[in-house]
Design a protein around this ligand. Structure first.
Ligand SMILES: NC(=O)C1=CN([C@@H]2O[C@H](COP(=O)(O)OP(=O)(O)OC[C@H]3O[C@@H](n4cnc5c(N)ncnc54)[C@H](OP(=O)(O)O)[C@@H]3O)[C@@H](O)[C@H]2O)C=CC1
Ligand SMILES: O=C(O)C1=N[C@H](C(=O)O)C[C@H](O)C1
Length: 251
């Protein structure tokens, strides 16, 4: 006998990602949307609808309150919203410590190619003295740099530090504000916002007489959906906090 579909609530349901997630979940035979919540809606509808998993694509300013609500209500979370730093992640871990049967997935990027490009970047990082990140997004994006770029910068910085690399060479002594981008974990990150774009990232590595460019392009939000659906299915069998879709893949 077929098992019951997983009951999913979508937060940010009228947004760019939330609307796409509602469509993708509805199209999956083993999942169903039981609540669609957006700004101004009553969050308790999620619990009243018997949601087993919440998918959050809202805003960095509200996502922590949403996770807190879900943990209090005993609901698992798949979180795509950006804005997570080490402090936020450890706060979520603290909440989960009191509810060990629950699980939260925070994935900076659900696109397979983005996850692979970060893994390739980790491999390359130890070999090149210079590295800079350029992230390019649609102009409706609220935060800069992107969550993916911040996460990538951290992975690259960890790989550089493990390899004993110091700061990237840079003789700049005079700079117009922002001209050299933001420093994230000692890695320069440049943010472009441009009509027509969706979500894109380039990592530029430089060594003696050569450069290496690793680029990923999400040309459509459909690119994120297989990762989101995988997250919803996998979170049912997990416990605690998982950071990064790579932990659900065999890479
Ligand atoms: N991890 C990944 O792979 C991806 C992550 N993202 C991230 O997802 C987030 C959303 O992106 P996007 O869909 O483009 O943004 P949108 O602004 O299009 O959508 C966000 C939606 O959330 C709503 N919202 C705001 N506050 C609340 C709240 N408290 N409860 C419920 N809904 C709320 C907004 O309403 P209103 O507009 O009225 O405020 C809006 O409808 C961003 O942080 C983005 O970086 C995006 C793509 C992929
Ligand atoms: O806002 C977006 O669009 C995206 N946000 C995420 C991020 O901040 O990294 C993921 C992807 O880049 C799309």
């Amino acid at each position: 006998m077929a098992s019951e579909p997983i009951r999913v609530a979508v937060l940010g349901a009228r947004g760019r990602m939330g609307a796409e997630v509602c469509r993708a979940v509805e199209a999956a035979a083993d999942l169903e949307v039981v609540a669609r919540i957006d700004a101004g809606d009553w969050l308790f509808d999620v619990a009243d609808a018997g949601a087993q998993v919440v998918v959050d694509f809202t805003h960095p300013d509200v996502v922590m309150d949403n996770i807190r609500f879900c943990v209090d209500q005993g609901i698992r979370c798949v979180v795509g919203t950006s804005g997570f730093d080490a402090e936020r992640l450890s706060t979520v871990e603290g909440w989960l410590a009191a509810k060990p049967e629950l699980a939260v997935l925070v994935a900076p990027n659900f696109a397979l190619g983005a996850v692979l490009s970060m893994r390739f970047a980790q491999l390359a990082a130890r070999y090149y003295p210079s590295v800079e990140i350029i992230e390019l997004h649609h102009p409706g994006k609220a935060d800069a740099p992107s969550g993916t770029a911040a996460y990538t910068a951290r992975l690259v910085a960890e790989a550089r530090s493990a390899a004993g690399l110091g700061p990237a060479p840079d003789a700049t002594t005079s700079e117009a504000p922002g001209a050299r981008g933001a420093l994230v974990d000692d890695v320069r990150v440049h943010s472009v916002r441009l009509t027509g774009l969706v979500a894109h990232q380039e990592l530029l590595f430089g060594g003696e007489g050569e450069t290496l460019t690793i680029r990923h392009d999400s040309l459509d939000r459909a690119s994120f959906m297989p990762g989101v659906l995988l997250g919803v299915r996998e979170i049912m069998g997990r416990r605690g906090l998982t950071v990064g879709l790579e932990n659900l893949l065999t890479l």
